[in-house]
Design a protein around this ligand. Structure first.
Ligand SMILES: CC(C)(COP(=O)(O)OP(=O)(O)OC[C@H]1O[C@@H](n2cnc3c(N)ncnc32)[C@H](O)[C@@H]1OP(=O)(O)O)[C@@H](O)C(=O)NCCC(=O)NCCS
Length: 216
């Protein structure tokens, strides 16, 4: 099995795994299959944001993918991201999900994120077990907030600190920061995105400070 950053050509393989999960499970709270254009737009947005999309592959093609995005839209959630991980049906239970998670966590740390969130259907015992074993702690259980296949769904939130106990070892973090995974030139996020992110960061911090000053 190989793990690497996804490129645009991987999107059809990602789409096929994603739509199988939508059709056959309650792991994704959606009923309608997604189109290739919609998944391409999702992929491009992740790249624009500088967020990773990782894939696992073997001789048979793409066998799983993982990614994270912003947890909530408001600026002061900047340091928290929410991930999703899906493994192709015929490769589940063979540690692909674990390998993808272990590859993603240091990438979130390297971007300076503080908390990683997993939103997991309460009946998804395999995903709950996987996340628990990776240091995630259950912090919320929402009752009947989703509805699919004609029944109510409970949603569990689990979280893991990225720069606290259980975080990626410092040496690993430094390695990731100084030598990011190799990307083809056309895949490398343009510097201008990094700069604008830093600028927004300063803006968001100032907004947070102003909000705090008002409250206190
Ligand atoms: C949930 C999912 C990502 C886990 O990935 P995976 O590759 O199947 O899981 P792994 O082989 O890495 O195993 C993870 C843990 O679950 C356990 N597990 C895996 N398959 C299992 C099964 N059929 N029954 C019981 N436990 C199982 C493993 O024992 C392992 O725990 P352990 O290492 O402590 O023994 C994958 O099964 C999947 O994509 N499922 C459908 C979509 C989904 O639920 N996505 C997650 C949304 S939150």
């Amino acid at each position: 099995m190989q793990l690497r950053d996804a490129v645009e050509d991987d999107v059809p393989g990602i789409l096929s795994i994603y739509n199988e999960v939508i059709t056959n499970s309650t792991a994704i709270y959606a009923e309608k299959a997604v189109t290739l254009d919609e998944r391409l737009a999702w992929f491009k947005l992740r790249r624009q944001q500088g967020y990773p999309v990782l894939i696992a592959s073997d001789d048979s093609g793409i066998i799983g993918f993982i990614s994270f995005g912003d947890f909530r839209a408001w600026p002061c959630y900047l340091h928290t991201v929410e991930h999703s991980v899906h493994v192709r049906a015929d490769r589940r239970g063979r540690s692909v999900g674990r390998a993808l998670m272990e590859a993603l966590i240091p990438r979130a740390s390297a971007l300076g994120k503080h908390v990683l969130i997993a939103g997991i259907d309460a009946d998804n015992v395999i995903s709950l077990k996987l996340h628990r074993s990776l240091g995630f702690e259950q912090v919320a259980h929402f009752r009947e907030v989703g509805r699919k296949f004609n029944r109510w769904l409970d949603l569990v939130f689990m979280q893991r600190f990225l720069d606290g106990p259980g975080a990626a070892p410092k040496s690993q973090l430094t390695r990731k920061l100084t030598s990011p995974p190799p990307l083809a030139d056309r895949e490398r996020p343009p510097t201008v995105i990094v700069l604008s992110l830093n600028e927004s960061l300063a803006g968001w911090r100032a907004a947070c400070d102003r909000a705090r000053a008002r409250v206190w």
